[in-house]
Design a protein around this ligand. Structure first.
Ligand code: GLC
Length: 621
């Protein structure tokens, strides 16, 4: 998949159970290696079986095979392929549509509506699930509310804010006609070398289960069929965060008991919460690619855990399997994959699968099971009910990027901050301070606040429409008489009362974020040292997707705040720095002293982290 890394991505219920109690019960069973049938929110799909079977009985082989295919919007060779190949889904890859051809809200709605209208023109009028990576808001569309990545949401320990945020994300995702989000990620990152560490809530599987279940409830809402639900897609099944050395798409070399104890609880909880789709991981388990692993996808997930929805492959994931393209499809379909996320080879895939069925290499029953699962999800969402409309919802459009939504994201930012150090009560800062100097690469950079998966696949430094930088937020927070100055490199602070230096990681996603060294860049160390020369109190704010090696940055600071990747609402940071709110965040990943300490496990009593799992200071104690 290295090739993919270099590729420029094509532009690219109310049966809410008392999840925590139910989850703990099932966790107990799982940890004993038991087979826990997650009695769950899956009934909403089972109830659709008769209707789905009636549709299935009318379908031709072509119509069935089409439902198994999800094509990336920009990869469509001809718009009419939507109806010609009876596609089950279209999605936009990260960055797809922002690079030039689609800039604002209305055109996205035009695009999704036009594509859906094509799907509805087919003989059986089966609408698409239109998917997107809304993983911290509808992050692909300019002007959306972008909230903290999961590592920050984990530090809140607050399922209520996670549920509210995912509801915000659902509303802003539906506003443009996307009805499927490839979220939540319930990975349990074991090794911070991994570029996707920030997509994990925590190392404690029980907390991941609690927050992952809440995320599904937020996205899917109280009723899947009321036109305000976005189908969740829980990922990446399973043990994506357990690969040796933290290599992205690597191999998790662990026994089944460990795999079940550490990496399954998020799925158990999400299934109970009613999740309708799950994305198997690119990675391998003991040398076998998950996309070809029947024991994982069929025996454990569909049989043991009672998952009644459908599995969607990752981005061209079957290309990583052995053999030619046709045998890769055969392997993955027979292992239990239901729908396939494909870019340029979707026509070939269509022809290959038809041939596999007529040659008897993939049983008709496997195709029918996959199509039935897909149809049940679409039926449960009301996509085939009278009155279903592909027209975007003006009520939701009015809330896109709204002040109401941004306030919820701002609350999450506040709750996500972890105060690691606060000497001499440096914090909170008085709003009447005479002069405050802001500096560092992240001092005035919303792109750095947001991190990866923002407007593009990798994210980028610089402006993000609708956001508030830390500098902007400071200017709004202080009194009219306060002088606010700024320098990127930390110089020029002489005469200020206090300085805030914002350092950390530049945006990245997936494999490009894999690192062998997590030390702060020299530019950050220099900015801190330059600020220090002014002989004023130094507050360090760290914007990062994982615990970094702090070294002198910690010793040179008077106060130190881990802000993770907070998103567009920088005012959530100043709400705490200036004392409107106390810091409440607690670490959900133990903090390493050195790279040699990695992998660091939260439950390793012999470990000697710099800051332990659960650490976090507040004011006044
Ligand atoms: C990626 C990611 C997955 C994402 C998908 C679609 O490769 O692994 O998390 O949902 O592609 O963009």
């Amino acid at each position: 998949m290295i090739a993919r890394k270099k590729l420029l991505r094509p532009s690219q219920s109310s049966n809410r159970l008392n999840a925590p109690v139910a989850v703990l019960a099932v966790l107990a069973i799982l940890s004993l290696g038991g087979h826990a049938q997650a009695k769950s929110g899956q009934d909403q799909f089972v109830r659709q079986t008769a209707r789905a079977k009636a549709i299935l009985a009318q379908m031709t082989l072509d119509e069935k095979v089409g439902q198994l295919i999800q094509v990336e919007r920009a990869a469509l060779k001809d718009p009419s392929d939507v109806e010609k190949y009876y596609l089950g889904s279209v999605f936009n890859g990260a960055g797809s549509g922002v690079a030039g051809d689609i800039k604002t809200l209305p055109p996205w709605s035009d695009v999704t509506q036009a594509i859906q209208t094509r799907a509805l023109s087919t003989r059986l009028h089966i609408p698409l699930l239109y998917g997107t990576d809304s993983i911290h808001g509808n992050n692909n569309v300019p002007g959306a509310t972008i909230f903290p990545h999961n590592i920050g949401l984990g530090a809140t320990h607050d399922p209520a804010i996670v549920r509210k945020l995912e509801r915000v994300s659902a509303e802003e995702t539906l506003a443009v006609g996307f009805n499927w989000a490839f979220a939540p990620c319930v990975t349990v990152p074991q090794d911070y070398h991994w570029g996707r560490t920030y997509e994990g809530y925590a190392q404690d599987p029980a907390l991941v289960a609690k927050l992952g279940g809440a995320a599904v409830e937020g996205l899917q809402g109280k009723n899947l069929a009321n036109g305000e639900a976005v189908m969740a897609c829980v990922k990446h099944f399973a043990a994506d965060g357990g690969t040796e050395g933290g290599h992205d798409q690597g191999d998790a070399k662990i026994d089944e008991a460990t795999m079940r104890r550490v990496h399954l609880p998020g799925y158990v909880s999400a299934i109970q919460a009613g999740a309708g789709t799950i994305m198997p991981s690119f990675s391998s388990w003991n040398g076998l690619k998950v996309s070809a692993n029947k024991h994982l996808m069929t025996d454990i997930l569909k049989k043991d855990l009672g998952f009644e929805g459908f599995l969607i492959s990752d981005w061209n994931a079957i290309d990583q399997l052995g053999g030619d393209y046709k045998s890769q499809a055969e392997l993955s379909l027979n292992a239990g994959m239901d729908m396939f996320m494909i870019t340029d080879k979707y026509r070939l895939f269509f022809d290959n699968v038809k041939a596999l069925v007529t040659e008897g290499k993939v049983p008709q029953s496997r195709i029918d099971d996959a199509v039935l699962r897909i149809l049940r999800v679409k039926l449960a969402m009301g996509l085939m009910d009278k009155g279903y409309s592909v027209a975007p919802n003006p009520k939701l459009q009015a809330k896109f990027g709204s002040a109401e939504h941004r306030q919820i994201a701002r609350q999450a930012v506040r709750e996500s901050l972890v105060l690691l150090k606060n000497e001499k009560k440096t914090l909170p800062i008085a709003k009447t301070i005479a002069r405050i100097h802001i500096c560092g690469r992240g001092g005035d950079d919303i792109g750095m606040q947001c991190g990866g998966w923002t407007l593009s696949w990798q994210g980028q430094m610089g402006p993000v429409p609708g956001g508030t930088s830390i500098l902007d937020a400071v200017k709004k927070a202080v009194s009219p008489g306060t002088k606010v100055t700024y320098s990127k490199d930390g110089t020029g602070a002489e005469g200020a009362t206090l300085g805030i230096v914002v350092v950390g990681e530049i945006p990245y996603s997936e494999g490009p974020g894999d690192r062998t060294d997590l030390a702060l860049p020299q530019e950050d160390k220099d900015a801190i040292a330059n600020l220090k020369k002014a002989n004023i109190p130094v507050v360090v704010v760290l914007l990062s997707g994982r615990p970094m090696i702090l070294g002198d940055a910690l010793t040179q600071s008077d106060a130190f705040v881990a802000a993770w990747l907070p998103g567009t609402e920088g005012a959530g940071i100043t709400d705490v720095l200036f004392g409107d709110y106390k810091p409440t965040g607690k670490l959900t990943f133990p903090w390493q002293r050195t790279m040699e300490q990695l992998p660091l496990h939260y439950d390793d009593k012999k470990a000697d982290p710099l800051f332990a799992y659960g650490y976090g200071l507040t004011y006044g104690k």
